[in-house]
Design a binder for this molecule. Structure first.
Ligand code: ADP
Length: 269
């Protein structure tokens, strides 16, 4: 409750664009690598709107464009064409400095390899995005978030003293600290065992349900994807299907079709 109040208070002092109910808007998003005959079309024109407070999984066979999608949507890579709006702000064409600033203050990231700084304490890792964004670290909020992810009292530890699952919990607290418009998660459970993975996914789910966070998660694991509200399927750089409130079995079946017959999937889109 305190966190939700803090979140809303934070929002009212920000750019009015943050009140936008569309967390992510992609229009005609294209990314190609190379030129001429060697051109690879990694994204072939993606149109997508994701509302605030939604949890979306992105799946697809290897080489279908998942990483490129995440990188372009998160402002880590520049698309060849089309537009990206995050929390109502168009990021296409932004300078590198402004993009970096936007990523720090308005986006959260959770990676497969946790990406914590080993020399910093857990608490220092959690408040790092605030420091980098030039804000005063809010230690009370860090403590609240650490308690929320089940790490009450662990703020003084170093990442190396924690298990993989605990480190990913720290990364989730870090991703939430700035009340970001979107949290981008890249295979967040790829390095975790099944039960630890389920705990981490439950935390992301909880962040969406109780804090109103917006999560976009790339995964190859149907069980992980089933925690999302919506699963999007990429094949050969195009969004070819979406499942809502799907079971792991339904998602796995759809993936099998894509992997077996990517050409068919594209033709059907
Ligand atoms: P996925 O994450 O689904 O495996 P990627 O987004 O990594 O897919 O790749 C999509 C396509 O773009 C693939 O054909 C891949 O080989 C190609 N690709 C990705 N990055 C580069 C790059 N830097 N240079 C050339 N081709 C690339």
């Amino acid at each position: 409750m305190a966190l939700r109040r803090a979140r809303n208070a934070h929002r009212t002092t920000e750019d009015p664009a943050r009140g936008h109910d569309r967390a992510v808007e992609l229009r005609g998003l294209r990314r190609q690598y190379g030129r001429g005959a060697a051109t690879v079309h990694a994204l072939r024109g993606i149109d997508l709107t994701l509302s605030r407070g939604s949890f979306t999984a992105v799946m697809g066979p290897s080489g279908s464009g998942k990483s490129t999608f995440l990188q372009c949507a998160a402002g880590l890579d520049r698309p060849t064409g089309g537009t990206v709006r995050l929390g109502g702000t168009e990021i296409t064409g932004m300078s590198e400095n402004r993009l970096t600033e936007l990523r720090r203050s308005r986006l959260g990231f959770v990676f497969q390899a946790f990406n914590l700084l080993p020399s910093l304490t857990v608490e220092q890792n959690v408040v790092l995005p605030m420091r980098l964004a030039g804000d005063r670290p809010d230690r009370r909020r860090a403590a609240e978030l650490l308690a929320r992810v089940g790490l009450d009292g662990k703020g003084d530890r170093r990442p190396g003293e924690l298990s993989g699952g605990q480190q990913q919990r720290v990364a989730i607290a870090r991703a939430l600290i700035t009340n970001p418009d979107v949290i981008f998660a890249d295979e967040p459970t790829g390095a975790l065992d099944t039960s630890t993975a389920a705990e981490v996914l439950a935390l992301l789910r909880d962040a969406v349900d109780t804090l109103g966070a917006t999560v976009v998660m790339v995964t190859h694991d149907p069980t992980a994807a089933a925690h999302a509200d919506q699963v999007l399927f990429l094949a050969d750089g195009a969004l070819v299907d979406a499942l809502t409130a799907a079971s792991p079995a339904q998602i796995a079946t759809r993936m099998t079709t894509l992997t077996a017959r990517p050409g068919f999937a594209r033709a059907a889109a």
